[in-house]
Write a protein that binds this ligand. Structure first.
Ligand code: ATP
Length: 133
């Protein structure tokens, strides 16, 4: 059995698909969403997400919210990439940039929270890409 999955980003619809399971990292741990799951709202961490579509698809997701009800799973996220689309060099550059910003602790112009989250996104992309190989 499968259910509908809709993934939205600030750029609009990222993907509409059907799935037999969605595996996410929530802010309180791993979660698997199966057909007929009770209605639920899940706060997503920056992490890996897998969806059993026709095949298992692997994504890096930059946090967000998952909402499941009546066999419709809606995901809202600031950014998501299929592992196949992750540019590893770009993620490495983003990681270095964020690390440089975090090292400039006495610079009032650097937004530390923003740099910290950028670092998490970059590390997640790197890990998801490397684990997939
Ligand atoms: P960068 O500084 O490299 O843009 P970022 O963490 O600031 O990284 P985001 O704001 O999270 O980037 O994402 C902007 C857009 O670029 C999103 O559509 C996201 O999916 C995409 N994106 C970001 N980094 C990568 C990457 N390494 N490979 C592929 N797509 C990426």
């Amino acid at each position: 059995m499968q259910f509908d999955v809709i993934i939205n980003t600030p750029h609009g619809l990222y993907k509409k698909t059907r799935a037999s399971i969605v595996n996410v990292v929530s802010t309180d741990g791993q979660r698997g969403i199966l057909p007929n799951h009770m209605p639920i709202v899940v706060s997503l961490a920056v992490g890996k997400m897998t969806i059993e579509e026709r095949e298992r698809e692997t994504y890096a997701i930059s946090g967000g919210v998952l909402f499941f009800r009546d066999n419709l799973c809606t995901i809202l996220t600031p950014a998501i990439e299929n592992v196949k689309d992750i540019d590893l060099d770009r993620a490495m550059r983003a990681k270095e940039r964020a690390e440089r910003r975090l090292a400039a602790v006495h610079d009032d112009h650097v937004d530390m929270a923003r740099a910290q989250i950028a670092l998490q996104r970059a590390i997640n992309r790197i890990n998801v890409k490397r684990d997939f190989r």
